[in-house]
Each structure stands twice: as structure tokens, then as C-alpha cells.
Design a protein around this ligand. Structure first.
Ligand code: COA
Length: 644
């Protein structure tokens, strides 16, 4: 309708023109010395003194005039001249494609929708048909380059962001490989192609054509087809083994199983259909567990294991929309083609679409002339059965191992923090540091994703939040004796917040150290040079073992994002700050005796309250919001990019 828009109000309704974002600046290569100095600054307080002394020598040698560092830096600068983004391929391989861990929990983030109230099976199928209509609508916006351009918000707001990631949402596939995976991208065609979705139901996979004879199926047709699929999945005699389980295994194991699977032409055809689909729609069975936020997050992350919906997935595909008969719904996302922020934009569009354009379904399904959906067939040799058993076993262990806590902190939200004249994101990061310190008595290398979409083909770099300034603050807060007075604590909090904010600004302007160090390491490898000592040093290994892996994923719609830890003894901490509350999703592994998600969250709540008390008592900067001058020395930049 004319007045209804499914884009949020504050979104500039500007259409994406190719040149606008193709014309974004290239990601800069930071100065070598700056990166090396920062590396030392980031690690000095996190490792033993003796080790640090050695590392300092190694770093100085690397950075010496005429040394290895200068040579590699020159090579990187050359590389940046003839690529759109000098780090993109290195980063993609390092972050995702060469990672051998299973995708569920270890790599694939999920969005969890509010619990839906389906009264019957037809309710959930209606929901699915409506959702698929939205997906097709969204896909046509992407294809027509008609999505509004995203603009940076928060720090350094106002600049347009690279829209490249959107093109990969429905067109890519992560192919497992023996040593490394490949991110396959389908070429876009001008001609309206036959398009299909794969519907997973009772561990069976069905091809749902969504464009037939150049016509996109309407919601009624989609519903009819989904009903047919549901019926087909009920026929017990026709059930095939849960092949999807193979995709939940480690990448090398899945690659091996796949190489056996494709020897048979039936399997090859089925794989081909899945690899070329737009996305999966997983119609899940009721899980039988209480639908708390934490349980829904768990079910989204791993499907609840083999006896629940663990086999009703195909993890290589970027978008899997899960619709549980019991109302547990969300999206499972293969992370390599795009970031969580793009996932949020897409799912928010869909939820708004579903709310704003009422279902066009009449109660009864239409009698349809459409060809019946097709079940994908599998020929399972004894070898494949063996692989399946191993994959099932692996998934069960993963399910048992994941320790998750989703919690809504209702004490306060962004509004309170802004009134303190502090960056909400920096504040939350400092709170996470304080929490980790309280739980473990030390700080550890921390990852916070920072978007670098201001640059061509930009993905993310890392904000190393465990700054020396954060350590000084958390130590002062840990001191229960009255010696550390309020005024000193607030001063240390301010210093920590400023350090965090400055690092954030460096990262989003392409000046952080992680991508740069990775680039130097990889270009040396590419040139077949001996590995520089900097990268074989223990400190380097420690620096990239991210015990705390964090990410801000804010949403407008009611939903939340979560993911697992990235190392066995670590935490994943995803947060969604809202005006008056913050949702935290904390994950860890039960195998690790060091970690506990419940304890972490409980401690975090205490820390947030203490920091609030401290601010209320001592933050003289907190005035009613009229001033634009901030304590961190930056000036508020308005959304249109002008300085206030
Ligand atoms: N005083 C008052 N207000 C302040 C302030 C201060 N000192 N500093 C910031 N604010 C305001 C901002 O203007 C902004 O206002 P808005 O709500 O009107 O937009 C708000 O507080 C939030 O800003 P801030 O908390 O500083 O963070 P941010 O939004 O700039 O986010 C990052 C920081 C690093 C999270 C962001 O830049 C980023 O990179 N996000 C992407 C992360 C990502 O990729 N996640 C997914 C990974 S899969």
C-alpha cells in the first residue's frame, strides 16, 4: 500500500545505486610502526613480564629499518593497489574457510524470534508461507538493487556502507574441502530463472519451486505446496536417513563424506539442488522443552541433537529459516558470506513484512494444479552410514557441551549510559572486562567485531577490548577496601571508556591491528618466505586465542542474536542494547572447568549495577542531555553526517 513501508522510519529511503557504494574508499593499510606499537600495548599486560621482554625484541627486529616488516608492508601496499580490499581473501580464509570446526555452535550465529503461538499445524504452515513470500520479496529487492543503502550509525555516523554482503545472502554456498572450504557464489542472471527453496521436514529434504513458468508462487500456492510436503514427510516407508547430519560435522569429515556421497548420481543430483537453492526452510518438530529464551537459543544453535531437530538442517547454506511446530522460530546463518548486521536487516525486513502485509490466505487451501514438490533421494552406502553415525555422535557431544545463558538485564539500557556522556558500546565492553576479571582474576585477549563496511568489500576487524586502561579500572573495582575512593574509580572508568572508544574509532576507520598483522603473515606465506618470528612467537598465538569473543548485534524488532564460544575455554558474549534494557547471550562449553555461563551472567549483572552506582554517585559529567561535547573528546556527529 502507498503509506506502508517495511523499512524502519529512520532509514534514509535512498536506493542503492551501484556506483555509490562501489565508489567507497579502499581499506587503508595502517602504518607498520603504529601496528607494532599497538600490538605491544595490547599484549603487555596480558602475558608474563619475561615473555613480554622476549616479544619486544622480536617485534623490534621485525620492525627494524630494512627488516622483514618493511618488506612485507611494501608488498601489502602493492596488493592493496590491485585489489578492491587487500585483506578480504586472507581474512575470509583465516576466519572461516580454513577453520575445520563444525559449523553449528562454533561458527554459525542464529537469530531467535519471539515465541510464536501456533494453535495447529496449519498455523505454522501459514507462517512459513507468509515468511517465504517475504523472502521472495526481499530477494527481488536485492536483485533489483533496490535496497536502501545502509548508513553508519553510532560512532562516526552518516557515511554510506558497502552493500556487497547482501548479494551473497541467497546466492552463496559453503562447499566443504579437505583442507579448506570454498565459498561458492552463484552468478546472477538477468533472466528470471527457475528458483527453488529446500524445505526440510522430518530430516527429509524437498524441492519447493517458487518460480514456475516465470511466475512467482503466491502465498496460497506456497501454503498448498507446504501442506503437500508435510504429508509426504509423514509417509514412514519413504523416509530416508538424516543426511543433513553430515553437514553438522567437522569440515574435513563432511568433505570426506561428501566425496563418497557424490560417487552416486542420485546423491549428486540431490546435492546440486541443495547447493543451488535460495535458502532452507526447516519445519521442525516440537522439541518438548520449555520455551525459555535460553532453550530457544539452544535449539536454534544445534537443533537439540539427533533425537530432536539436529538432522533437519543443512549447515552449508547461508540462510536456514527455522519454523518449529511449537512456535520456536528463527534463522541459522552460515557466517562466511556476511555479518550479523546484514542478517538482522534481512530478518527485520521479513518480520515487518509479515506484520505489515497481512497474510493473504483464506482458511482453506487452494486446489492446485502445481506440480508436486519433489523429495530429494539419497543412496546410502555402508560407508555413508558409518559417516552418519560419527556425525550424529559428534553432534550429540556438541549439544551436551554447550552451556548457554540468555538473559535480559533490565536495570537500565543505552539511555542511562548516554546520559553519562559515555558510549554505550564502550561501557558494555568495559563491563564485560570487569565481569571476566571478577570471574577469573585476570584479563584475556578479547575480540569485539567492528564493522569496516565504510570501505569497499569491508567486513570486520577486531577491537581488542582488554586494554591496559580496562585492567587498571577492573583492578580498582576489585579492591573492596575503602582505599580506592569513588573519584579515582570514576576517573579510571572514564580512562577505560575513552581507550575503548578510541580503539573503536581506529577499528572502524581501518586502523586496527588484527587484519594488518594477518595480512603481513599471509603475504609472507604467499611469497613462500620463512614464517617471521613475530608469528611463531607464543605471544602471537596467545593474542589470537580469543577467550572472550564479543559482538554487539542490536535489533529494532523483538529478537536476539547468539553464537557459541570460539575456543574451548572461552565465552561467546553477544549483546543487544536497547533504550532501557540489554539482552545478553552468553555461551561457553561445559567441558571447560574454567567457564560457566550462569556465573558469568550473574556476575555481569552485579558489575552493571556497581558501575551504575558509581556513575550516579561520582560522574560529574552526567548532565541532562543538552551538551554535545563529550568527555571522550569527540563531538557528536549527527545522522546526516554534520557535526552538531
Ligand atoms: N555520549 C552520549 N552518547 C553517545 C556517546 C557519548 N559519549 N558515544 C556514543 N553515543 C551514542 C551514539 O551517538 C549512538 O547514538 P544512536 O543510538 O542515536 O545511534 C549510540 O550512543 C551508540 O553508539 P556507541 O555505543 O558508541 O556504539 P556504536 O553504535 O558506534 O557501535 C560498534 C560500536 C563497534 C559496535 C559498531 O561500530 C560496529 O562496528 N558494529 C558492527 C558490529 C558487528 O559487525 N556485529 C556483528 C558481527 S557478526
Amino acid at each position: 500500500s502507498a503509506s506502508f513501508s517495511i523499512f524502519p522510519k529512520e532509514h534514509p529511503k535512498k536506493l542503492m545505486t551501484c556506483n555509490e557504494w562501489d565508489g567507497l574508499p579502499k581499506l587503508p593499510v595502517p602504518p607498520l610502526q603504529q601496528t607494532l606499537d599497538m600490538y605491544l600495548k595490547c599484549m603487555g599486560h596480558l602475558i608474563p613480564e619475561e615473555q613480554f621482554k622476549k616479544t619486544k625484541v622480536v617485534v623490534e627486529k621485525f620492525g627494524a629499518p630494512g627488516g622483514m616488516g618493511e618488506f612485507l608492508q611494501k608488498k601489502l601496499l602493492e596488493r592493496s593497489e590491485h585489489t578492491a580490499n587487500w585483506v578480504y581473501d586472507y581474512w575470509l580464509e583465516d576466519m572461516y574457510l580454513s577453520n575445520r570446526l563444525a559449523l553449528p555452535v562454533n561458527s554459525s550465529p542464529v537469530m531467535v524470534f519471539p515465541k510464536q503461538n501456533f494453535r495447529s499445524q496449519s498455523d505454522s504452515l501459514r507462517f512459513a508461507a507468509h515468511l517465504i513470500s517475504g523472502i521472495l520479496e526481499y530477494k527481488s529487492l536485492i536483485d533489483g538493487r533496490a535496497l536502501p543503502v545502509d548508513y553508519a550509525r553510532g560512532q562516526l555516523a552518516g557515511t554510506p556502507l558497502c552493500m556487497d554482503q547482501y548479494n551473497k545472502v541467497f546466492t552463496s554456498y559453503r562447499l566443504p574441502g579437505a583442507k579448506m572450504d570454498t565459498l561458492v557464489a552463484q552468478k546472477s542472471t538477468v533472466m528470471p530463472e527457475r528458483e527453488h527453496i529446500i524445505v526440510a521436514c522430518k530430516n527429509q529434504f524437498f524441492v519447493l519451486d517458487v518460480v514456475i513458468n516465470f511466475r512467482r508462487l503466491n502465498e496460497k500456492d506456497l501454503y498448498t505446496q507446504l501442506e503437500r510436503i508435510k504429508k509426504m514427510s509423514d509417509i514412514e516407508e519413504e523416509r530416508l536417513p538424516p543426511i543433513g547430519l553430515l553437514t553438522s560435522d567437522g569440515r574435513t569429515q563432511w568433505a570426506e563424506a561428501r566425496s563418497v556421497l557424490i560417487k552416486d548420481s542420485t546423491n549428486r543430483d540431490s546435492l546440486d539442488m541443495i547447493e543451488r537453492c535460495l535458502c532452507l526452510v526447516c519445519l521442525d518438530e516440537p522439541s518438548g522443552t520449555e520455551q525459555t529464551d535460553t532453550n530457544r537459543a539452544l535449539l536454534m544453535l544445534h537443533g537439540g541433537g539427533t533425537d530432536k531437530n539436529g538432522g533437519n538442517r543443512w549447515y552449508d547454506k547461508p540462510m536456514q529459516f527455522v519454523i518449529g511446530a511449537d512456535g520456536c522460530c528463527g534463522v541459522v546463518c552460515e557466517h562466511s558470506p556476511f555479518e550479523g548486521i546484514v542478517l538482522v536487516q534481512c530478518t527485520e525486513y521479513l518480520l515487518r513484512y509479515m506484520r505489515g502485509s497481512p497474510s493473504k490466505l483464506v482458511r482453506a487451501a487452494s486446489m492446485s494444479e502445481l506440480p508436486a514438490p519433489r523429495r530429494l533421494r539419497w543412496k546410502c552406502s555402508p560407508d555413508i552410514q558409518t559417516f552418519l553415525m560419527a556425525s550424529a555422535d559428534k553432534l550429540q557431544r556438541l549439544v551436551k557441551n554447550l552451556d548457554m545463558n540468555v538473559s535480559k538485564f533490565t536495570g537500565y539500557g543505552k539511555e542511562f549510559i548516554k546520559k553519562q556522556k559515555m558510549s554505550p558500546d564502550a561501557y558494555v565492553q568495559v563491563a564485560l572486562q570487569l565481569t571476566f576479571y571478577r570471574c577469573h582474576g585476570r584479563l584475556v585477549p578479547t575480540y569485539e567485531s567492528a564493522s569496516i563496511r565504510r570501505f569497499q568489500e569491508g567486513r570486520v576487524d577486531n577491537i581488542r577490548s582488554s586494554t591496559p586502561e580496562a585492567l587498571a579500572f577492573v583492578k580498582a573495582m576489585g579492591n573492596s577496601s575503602k582505599i580506592t575512593v569513588c573519584s579515582l574509580k570514576i576517573e579510571l572508568l572514564w580512562t577505560a571508556i575513552k581507550a575503548q572508544t578510541n580503539y573503536t574509532i581506529l577499528a572502524i576507520t581501518g586502523m586496527a591491528i588484527d587484519n594488518h598483522l594477518l595480512g603481513l603473515r599471509e603475504i609472507a606465506k604467499e611469497l613462500k618466505l620463512e614464517k617471521p618470528e613475530l608469528f611463531s612467537d607464543t605471544t602471537y598465538a596467545t593474542s589470537i586465542h580469543f577467550i572472550l569473543s564479543t559482538s554487539q548485534v542490536p535489533t529494532i524488532e523483538e529478537m536476539f542474536c547468539c553464537y557459541g564460544p570460539v575456543v574451548p575455554n572461552g565465552y561467546g558474549a553477544c549483546y543487544n542494547p536497547q533504550m532501557d534494557h540489554i539482552i545478553f547471550c552468553v555461551s561457553s562449553f561445559r567441558d571447560s572447568a574454567e567457564t560457566s555461563s550462569d556465573l558469568f551472567v550473574k556476575t555481569l549483572e552485579g558489575c552493571l549495577k556497581e558501575m551504575q552506582d558509581l556513575c550516579i554517585k561520582c560522574n560529574t559529567e552526567a548532565k541532562p542531555a543538552d551538551s554535545t561535547k563529550r568527555m571522550d573528546g569527540t563531538t557528536k556527529v549527527m545522522k546526516n553526517g554534520s557535526k552538531a
